[in-house]
Design a protein. Sequence first.
Lengths: 221, 221
Amino acid sequence: MMRLHHHPLCPFSRKIRLALREKGLSAELVEVEPWKREGEIVELNHAAEVPVLVDEDLVICDSRAIADHLEEAYPDTSLLGSSLEQRAETRRLCGWFDVKFCREVTDLLFGEKLLKRLRRVGTPNSEAMRAGSANIRGHLAYVSHLYQQRRWLAGDDLSLADLTAAAHFSVLDYLGDVPWKDFAPARDWYAKIKSRPSFRPLLMDRIVALRPAAHYDDLDF
Amino acid sequence: MMRLHHHPLCPFSRKIRLALREKGLSAELVEVEPWKREGEIVELNHAAEVPVLVDEDLVICDSRAIADHLEEAYPDTSLLGSSLEQRAETRRLCGWFDVKFCREVTDLLFGEKLLKRLRRVGTPNSEAMRAGSANIRGHLAYVSHLYQQRRWLAGDDLSLADLTAAAHFSVLDYLGDVPWKDFAPARDWYAKIKSRPSFRPLLMDRIVALRPAAHYDDLDF
């Protein structure tokens, strides 16, 4: 059986947890606090970052490398799509959320509010948090724009783009930082993915340092 | 013929320029200043970021999406390797440089010193630059460590990991910010990749705002 070393609120770990379930694969979950740089994670990954997937003899680090490995090793259910065009569109949006959204929103809100507290380093930077709160609105507008034209973000099928976006939004939603009410189509998309069985374990995650926002596990938020 | 919209000193664009040449492909280069958010780039990429590859009808945004597209559409020369294990190792190191190195070094040195000047926003943050200069040493030690065990960074064959790492190091080298002399194996690796024909166009790049460091295009630096 595969083993996934993860942190419950790490968006990159969440993407892989969703991908595993959507592909019908199961993995034993090993919870890690990577910033402590202790235990098995340091031996598995020189960067001491999660997620790390152990698949028999293979140790796979970096969430995109893991997602690509799952596509290649378990191709039955593809999360990228079949045509070159569809795969490029899925990957464009994965990059959008893992790089651009992460830099403009996740790092500024989740990073400042929660990661600093968990790591016990510094205090939240209010200027960064204000920027993150402003930036998330542009991204919600873009999700709304995409979802008004398509059944899922990258096209008519659920893809890794949806899982990547939902993974990032979900950790911000835990903090109550997503203004869903102003972006109805984006909220409809999130309600749809939040209702999937693959999402259920994420809604049950709780960390000691902080309780989730009241609507976090409500499917009719 | 393919067209690549790029900026000469963007590390992500450089990775694709190298990948195209190493795969024996050619593309017309279109130079873009993406931060101006004007012209064709905005129509091609909603994020208005480079690189963007146009391959016949297909517009591909995000450097990892482009690299993956090139692997799938032009598989004759693989830059990832053939086994699942080799591909995972290549991708781990691509993620290392595109995410970790970029965050800990490229953003702090290149971003502060040059991007701010090009974009005409703010002044360089000296604390960030000090952190970048300290961090690059750990990464050079890691490159040295890898290169002492392997012929190239991800194994015995040149791979996308080498191109990704070299793309990041090359823009810092343009600024004279890489302390090669303290890391002899890393320097040997860089000398080897710098001598390849695929690298030559990068060594001829010049931007108006800043001349490169004296040794930038010297193969015996």
